[in-house]
Ligand binder design. Structure first.
Ligand SMILES: [Ca+2]
Ligand SMILES: [Ca+2]
Ligand SMILES: [Ca+2]
Ligand SMILES: [Ca+2]
Length: 200
């Protein structure tokens, strides 16, 4: 039997900032390797010590309320999901989804994964979801969202707690109404989604 002279919860054999206990019991990283996943970020500073940190976004429901497309009948919505640092000034990653043709109500889109830097040291990310209508070729069509195609945008804060493979991640719910810039008082869309930091 091995005898420890110090509290095993405090010892950090490889001096990477994560205790041996946390490496073995919580994060599944190597207590004898400073960079378990070889991504250049030492385990203590790595948001995901055993993989790639990503923000996962799932759109549970998107409902166009008042922007039915005058040409095809419905809009062709797609989403741009961007992740910013906690100041909101630095974009860290973004994805754009494929448009869904002629849709009023969408359910169960995703999950979408936005890569974020594993060495990010802020307390949270800001995740912004914007919806657009791809069907913008008719500039005179008020029901196409052109030249201000964005008709839904919402930001949510996601805490940047270090991610473990088996850890319980609490998704942040995103919910609200969207308005078109052109008709600010008009409710155009309803979005229900969630976002969470996880690893790939
Ligand atoms: Ca360690
Ligand atoms: Ca380690
Ligand atoms: Ca690493
Ligand atoms: Ca990593």
């Amino acid at each position: 039997m091995k005898v420890f002279n110090t509290d095993p919860k405090l010892s950090d054999t490889d001096r990477d900032g994560l205790s041996d206990y946390d490496e073995v019991k919580v994060f599944g990283s190597d207590p004898n390797d400073r960079d378990s996943d070889r991504d250049g970020v030492i385990d203590g500073k790595d948001l995901a010590p055993t993989g790639n940190a990503v923000v996962e976004v799932y759109i549970e429901e998107f409902l166009e309320v008042s922007k039915a497309d005058a040409i095809s009948g419905y809009g062709d919505p797609y989403f741009v999901i961007a992740v910013y640092d906690e100041s909101g000034n630095v974009e860290l990653g973004r994805i754009q989804t494929e448009p869904v043709i002629d849709a009023v109500k969408l359910t169960g889109l995703g999950p979408y994964y936005i890569d974020v830097p594993d060495d990010y040291s802020g307390d949270m990310f800001i995740v912004a979801i914007a919806a657009y209508d791809e069907d913008t070729w008719n500039e005179n069509d008020l029901y196409d969202i052109n030249p201000d195609p964005q008709y839904y945008s919402l930001a949510v804060y996601v805490q940047t707690e270090k991610v473990s493979p088996s850890g319980v991640h609490v998704p942040v719910p995103i919910e609200g109404d969207g308005t078109d810039d052109r008709n600010p008082g008009e409710n155009d869309a309803i979005l229900r989604a969630w976002a969470v930091l996880t690893l790939q």
